[in-house]
Write a protein that binds this ligand. Structure first.
Ligand code: ADP
Ligand code: MG
Length: 274
Protein backbone atom coordinates (compact mmCIF):
# COMPACT_ATOMS: atom_id res chain seq x y z
CA UNK A 1 0.00 0.00 0.00
CA UNK A 2 1.21 3.50 -0.83
CA UNK A 3 1.19 6.44 1.52
CA UNK A 4 -2.22 7.46 2.81
CA UNK A 5 -1.69 11.11 2.16
CA UNK A 6 -0.19 12.72 -0.88
CA UNK A 7 3.04 14.59 -0.22
CA UNK A 8 2.74 18.31 0.29
CA UNK A 9 3.43 20.08 -2.99
CA UNK A 10 4.63 23.62 -3.57
CA UNK A 11 1.20 24.68 -4.74
CA UNK A 12 -0.71 23.31 -1.77
CA UNK A 13 -2.20 25.85 0.53
CA UNK A 14 -0.65 26.07 3.95
CA UNK A 15 -2.77 26.79 6.99
CA UNK A 16 -2.77 30.49 7.75
CA UNK A 17 -1.75 31.27 11.30
CA UNK A 18 -3.36 34.17 13.11
CA UNK A 19 -1.61 37.44 12.23
CA UNK A 20 1.29 38.62 14.36
CA UNK A 21 3.80 36.67 16.42
CA UNK A 22 1.47 36.14 19.36
CA UNK A 23 1.41 32.59 20.73
CA UNK A 24 -1.60 30.58 19.61
CA UNK A 25 -1.94 29.23 23.14
CA UNK A 26 -0.55 30.78 26.28
CA UNK A 27 -1.22 29.26 29.68
CA UNK A 28 0.29 30.72 32.82
CA UNK A 29 -0.21 29.07 36.18
CA UNK A 30 -3.47 27.45 35.13
CA UNK A 31 -5.31 25.66 37.93
CA UNK A 32 -8.39 23.51 37.61
CA UNK A 33 -10.11 21.68 40.41
CA UNK A 34 -13.14 19.44 40.70
CA UNK A 35 -14.51 19.63 44.24
CA UNK A 36 -11.46 19.35 46.44
CA UNK A 37 -9.35 17.53 43.90
CA UNK A 38 -6.74 19.63 42.08
CA UNK A 39 -6.51 18.29 38.55
CA UNK A 40 -4.30 20.98 36.99
CA UNK A 41 -1.82 22.55 39.39
CA UNK A 42 -0.12 25.55 37.84
CA UNK A 43 0.29 24.66 34.17
CA UNK A 44 2.50 26.87 31.99
CA UNK A 45 2.51 26.21 28.26
CA UNK A 46 3.14 28.28 25.14
CA UNK A 47 2.33 27.05 21.66
CA UNK A 48 3.38 29.26 18.77
CA UNK A 49 1.65 29.23 15.38
CA UNK A 50 2.66 26.24 13.20
CA UNK A 51 4.07 24.35 16.16
CA UNK A 52 3.05 21.01 17.62
CA UNK A 53 3.00 20.38 21.35
CA UNK A 54 2.74 16.75 22.41
CA UNK A 55 1.31 16.04 25.88
CA UNK A 56 2.53 12.83 27.45
CA UNK A 57 1.71 11.40 30.82
CA UNK A 58 -0.01 8.56 32.62
CA UNK A 59 -3.76 8.13 32.71
CA UNK A 60 -5.32 10.64 35.11
CA UNK A 61 -2.45 13.13 34.83
CA UNK A 62 -4.71 15.88 33.44
CA UNK A 63 -4.12 15.77 29.66
CA UNK A 64 -7.81 15.70 28.68
CA UNK A 65 -8.70 18.36 31.24
CA UNK A 66 -6.01 20.66 29.85
CA UNK A 67 -7.27 20.18 26.30
CA UNK A 68 -10.84 20.79 27.44
CA UNK A 69 -9.76 24.05 29.12
CA UNK A 70 -8.00 25.18 25.93
CA UNK A 71 -11.21 24.43 24.03
CA UNK A 72 -13.27 26.24 26.70
CA UNK A 73 -15.27 23.09 27.42
CA UNK A 74 -14.07 23.54 31.00
CA UNK A 75 -13.49 26.80 32.82
CA UNK A 76 -10.18 27.28 34.53
CA UNK A 77 -10.28 28.17 38.22
CA UNK A 78 -7.16 30.27 38.34
CA UNK A 79 -4.41 31.51 36.07
CA UNK A 80 -4.24 32.95 32.59
CA UNK A 81 -5.26 31.14 29.45
CA UNK A 82 -5.23 32.84 26.08
CA UNK A 83 -6.08 31.03 22.89
CA UNK A 84 -5.77 32.62 19.47
CA UNK A 85 -5.50 36.05 21.00
CA UNK A 86 -8.61 35.73 23.14
CA UNK A 87 -8.90 35.09 26.83
CA UNK A 88 -10.55 31.80 27.66
CA UNK A 89 -10.39 32.50 31.35
CA UNK A 90 -8.36 34.87 33.42
CA UNK A 91 -7.91 35.58 37.04
CA UNK A 92 -5.39 38.27 37.70
CA UNK A 93 -3.41 38.29 40.88
CA UNK A 94 -4.06 42.03 41.07
CA UNK A 95 -7.83 42.02 41.33
CA UNK A 96 -8.48 38.35 42.12
CA UNK A 97 -11.42 38.38 39.73
CA UNK A 98 -12.29 35.74 37.22
CA UNK A 99 -12.94 37.50 33.94
CA UNK A 100 -14.94 35.27 31.68
CA UNK A 101 -15.40 35.48 28.01
CA UNK A 102 -18.96 36.34 26.98
CA UNK A 103 -20.89 33.31 25.64
CA UNK A 104 -20.97 34.69 22.08
CA UNK A 105 -17.17 34.89 22.13
CA UNK A 106 -16.94 31.36 23.49
CA UNK A 107 -18.97 30.03 20.58
CA UNK A 108 -16.84 31.87 18.05
CA UNK A 109 -13.72 30.67 19.83
CA UNK A 110 -14.80 27.06 19.63
CA UNK A 111 -15.42 27.18 15.90
CA UNK A 112 -11.75 28.13 15.46
CA UNK A 113 -10.54 25.11 17.42
CA UNK A 114 -10.84 21.64 15.96
CA UNK A 115 -10.95 18.76 18.39
CA UNK A 116 -10.52 15.07 17.67
CA UNK A 117 -11.30 12.57 20.42
CA UNK A 118 -10.44 8.96 21.06
CA UNK A 119 -13.95 8.03 19.86
CA UNK A 120 -14.89 9.39 16.48
CA UNK A 121 -18.51 10.43 17.25
CA UNK A 122 -19.57 10.55 13.61
CA UNK A 123 -23.28 10.77 12.87
CA UNK A 124 -24.16 7.15 11.98
CA UNK A 125 -27.02 8.06 9.62
CA UNK A 126 -24.88 10.38 7.50
CA UNK A 127 -22.29 9.54 4.86
CA UNK A 128 -18.66 10.57 5.27
CA UNK A 129 -19.31 13.50 2.92
CA UNK A 130 -22.39 14.62 4.85
CA UNK A 131 -20.58 14.33 8.20
CA UNK A 132 -17.80 16.62 6.95
CA UNK A 133 -20.11 19.10 5.21
CA UNK A 134 -22.52 19.47 8.13
CA UNK A 135 -20.58 21.96 10.29
CA UNK A 136 -19.75 24.33 7.42
CA UNK A 137 -23.42 24.30 6.36
CA UNK A 138 -24.95 24.70 9.82
CA UNK A 139 -22.37 26.83 11.60
CA UNK A 140 -20.59 28.72 8.82
CA UNK A 141 -23.70 28.97 6.65
CA UNK A 142 -22.07 27.65 3.48
CA UNK A 143 -24.39 26.60 0.64
CA UNK A 144 -24.69 22.82 0.29
CA UNK A 145 -22.75 22.62 -2.99
CA UNK A 146 -19.84 24.60 -1.67
CA UNK A 147 -19.73 22.72 1.64
CA UNK A 148 -19.76 19.37 -0.16
CA UNK A 149 -17.07 20.39 -2.64
CA UNK A 150 -14.85 21.40 0.27
CA UNK A 151 -15.71 18.17 2.12
CA UNK A 152 -14.71 16.15 -0.93
CA UNK A 153 -11.40 17.97 -1.11
CA UNK A 154 -10.69 17.32 2.58
CA UNK A 155 -11.71 13.66 2.43
CA UNK A 156 -9.40 13.27 -0.57
CA UNK A 157 -6.63 14.85 1.45
CA UNK A 158 -7.03 12.26 4.23
CA UNK A 159 -7.00 9.44 1.67
CA UNK A 160 -10.75 8.74 1.50
CA UNK A 161 -11.62 9.90 -2.01
CA UNK A 162 -13.35 6.56 -2.66
CA UNK A 163 -15.37 6.60 0.61
CA UNK A 164 -17.38 9.81 0.21
CA UNK A 165 -20.71 7.98 0.23
CA UNK A 166 -19.82 5.38 2.88
CA UNK A 167 -21.63 5.40 6.22
CA UNK A 168 -19.52 5.20 9.40
CA UNK A 169 -20.50 1.55 9.99
CA UNK A 170 -19.00 0.70 6.59
CA UNK A 171 -15.64 2.22 7.55
CA UNK A 172 -12.78 0.88 9.66
CA UNK A 173 -11.86 2.68 12.88
CA UNK A 174 -8.89 4.30 11.17
CA UNK A 175 -11.05 5.50 8.30
CA UNK A 176 -13.66 6.86 10.71
CA UNK A 177 -10.97 8.75 12.60
CA UNK A 178 -9.72 10.24 9.33
CA UNK A 179 -13.28 11.38 8.56
CA UNK A 180 -13.36 12.96 12.04
CA UNK A 181 -10.13 14.84 11.26
CA UNK A 182 -11.53 16.04 7.91
CA UNK A 183 -14.70 17.12 9.71
CA UNK A 184 -12.67 19.21 12.16
CA UNK A 185 -10.60 20.73 9.32
CA UNK A 186 -13.77 21.71 7.44
CA UNK A 187 -14.36 24.41 10.05
CA UNK A 188 -11.03 25.99 9.05
CA UNK A 189 -9.62 25.87 12.58
CA UNK A 190 -6.61 27.90 13.66
CA UNK A 191 -5.72 25.21 16.18
CA UNK A 192 -6.27 21.45 16.30
CA UNK A 193 -6.49 19.49 19.55
CA UNK A 194 -6.13 15.71 19.54
CA UNK A 195 -7.03 13.68 22.62
CA UNK A 196 -5.48 10.22 22.28
CA UNK A 197 -6.77 9.94 18.70
CA UNK A 198 -5.30 6.47 18.13
CA UNK A 199 -5.93 4.85 21.52
CA UNK A 200 -9.17 3.15 20.46
CA UNK A 201 -7.76 1.80 17.20
CA UNK A 202 -6.49 -1.64 16.33
CA UNK A 203 -2.68 -1.45 16.15
CA UNK A 204 -2.59 -1.90 12.37
CA UNK A 205 -4.81 1.18 11.89
CA UNK A 206 -2.78 3.57 14.05
CA UNK A 207 -0.24 4.45 11.34
CA UNK A 208 -2.75 5.78 8.82
CA UNK A 209 -4.17 8.24 11.36
CA UNK A 210 -0.72 9.36 12.52
CA UNK A 211 0.25 9.88 8.85
CA UNK A 212 -2.65 12.28 8.40
CA UNK A 213 -1.62 14.15 11.57
CA UNK A 214 2.02 14.34 10.44
CA UNK A 215 0.86 15.75 7.11
CA UNK A 216 -1.19 18.35 8.92
CA UNK A 217 1.81 19.39 11.02
CA UNK A 218 3.96 19.67 7.88
CA UNK A 219 1.35 21.93 6.31
CA UNK A 220 1.72 24.32 9.22
CA UNK A 221 -1.27 23.52 11.41
CA UNK A 222 -0.84 24.46 15.06
CA UNK A 223 -1.58 21.38 17.15
CA UNK A 224 -1.71 20.05 20.70
CA UNK A 225 -1.71 16.27 20.79
CA UNK A 226 -2.22 14.05 23.84
CA UNK A 227 -0.86 10.67 22.88
CA UNK A 228 1.19 7.71 24.02
CA UNK A 229 2.79 7.42 20.57
CA UNK A 230 6.41 8.23 21.38
CA UNK A 231 7.53 7.74 17.77
CA UNK A 232 5.06 10.40 16.66
CA UNK A 233 6.27 12.74 19.39
CA UNK A 234 9.91 12.29 18.33
CA UNK A 235 9.14 12.90 14.68
CA UNK A 236 6.57 15.69 14.84
CA UNK A 237 6.66 17.54 18.16
CA UNK A 238 8.40 20.87 18.49
CA UNK A 239 7.86 20.58 22.23
CA UNK A 240 6.98 17.67 24.48
CA UNK A 241 5.38 18.24 27.88
CA UNK A 242 5.26 15.41 30.38
CA UNK A 243 2.33 15.67 32.80
CA UNK A 244 2.00 13.88 36.11
CA UNK A 245 -0.51 14.68 38.82
CA UNK A 246 -1.61 17.91 37.11
CA UNK A 247 1.92 19.29 36.89
CA UNK A 248 4.29 19.50 33.92
CA UNK A 249 7.25 17.60 35.34
CA UNK A 250 9.44 18.10 32.28
CA UNK A 251 9.14 19.85 28.94
CA UNK A 252 11.35 20.71 26.02
CA UNK A 253 12.33 19.53 22.55
CA UNK A 254 11.67 15.81 22.01
CA UNK A 255 15.36 15.07 21.49
CA UNK A 256 16.10 16.09 25.07
CA UNK A 257 12.91 15.03 26.85
CA UNK A 258 12.48 11.65 25.22
CA UNK A 259 16.07 10.63 24.65
CA UNK A 260 17.73 11.92 27.80
CA UNK A 261 14.95 12.71 30.28
CA UNK A 262 16.11 14.49 33.39
CA UNK A 263 13.20 13.51 35.59
CA UNK A 264 12.73 10.09 37.10
CA UNK A 265 8.96 10.30 36.50
CA UNK A 266 9.55 10.87 32.77
CA UNK A 267 11.90 7.88 32.62
CA UNK A 268 9.38 5.70 34.46
CA UNK A 269 6.60 6.74 32.07
CA UNK A 270 8.71 6.17 28.96
CA UNK A 271 9.80 2.74 30.14
CA UNK A 272 6.12 1.73 30.31
CA UNK A 273 5.01 3.01 26.91
CA UNK A 274 8.07 2.21 24.80
P1 ADP B 1 -5.85 12.14 31.47
O1 ADP B 1 -6.53 12.64 30.24
O2 ADP B 1 -4.41 12.50 31.54
O3 ADP B 1 -6.06 10.67 31.65
P2 ADP B 1 -7.92 13.62 32.86
O4 ADP B 1 -7.74 15.04 32.53
O5 ADP B 1 -9.00 12.88 32.17
O6 ADP B 1 -6.51 12.87 32.72
O7 ADP B 1 -8.20 13.47 34.41
C1 ADP B 1 -7.36 14.04 35.39
C2 ADP B 1 -8.01 13.84 36.74
O8 ADP B 1 -9.17 14.64 36.82
C3 ADP B 1 -8.45 12.42 37.02
O9 ADP B 1 -8.15 12.14 38.36
C4 ADP B 1 -9.92 12.46 36.79
O10 ADP B 1 -10.57 11.52 37.59
C5 ADP B 1 -10.28 13.88 37.20
N1 ADP B 1 -11.45 14.42 36.49
C6 ADP B 1 -11.52 14.66 35.16
N2 ADP B 1 -12.73 15.18 34.82
C7 ADP B 1 -13.44 15.27 35.98
C8 ADP B 1 -14.76 15.74 36.33
N3 ADP B 1 -15.58 16.22 35.38
N4 ADP B 1 -15.13 15.67 37.62
C9 ADP B 1 -14.29 15.20 38.57
N5 ADP B 1 -13.05 14.75 38.32
C10 ADP B 1 -12.62 14.78 37.05
MG1 MG C 1 -7.50 11.64 28.74
Amino acid sequence: AGPIVEPVSETDEVVEPAPGDEPMVRAEQVWKWFGDSDVLRGIDITVHPRQTLVLLGPSGSGKSTLLRCVNALEKIDSGLLEVDGERVGLRTAADGQLHEMPPAHLCRQRTRIGMVFQRFNLFPHMTALENVALGPRRVLGLPRGQAEAEAERLLTRVGLRDKLDAYPAQLSGGQQQRVAIARALAMKPHLMLFDEPTSALDPELVGEVLDVMKDLARRGMTMIVATHEIGFAKEVADTVAMLDGGVIVESGPPGACLVEPKEERTRAFLSKVL
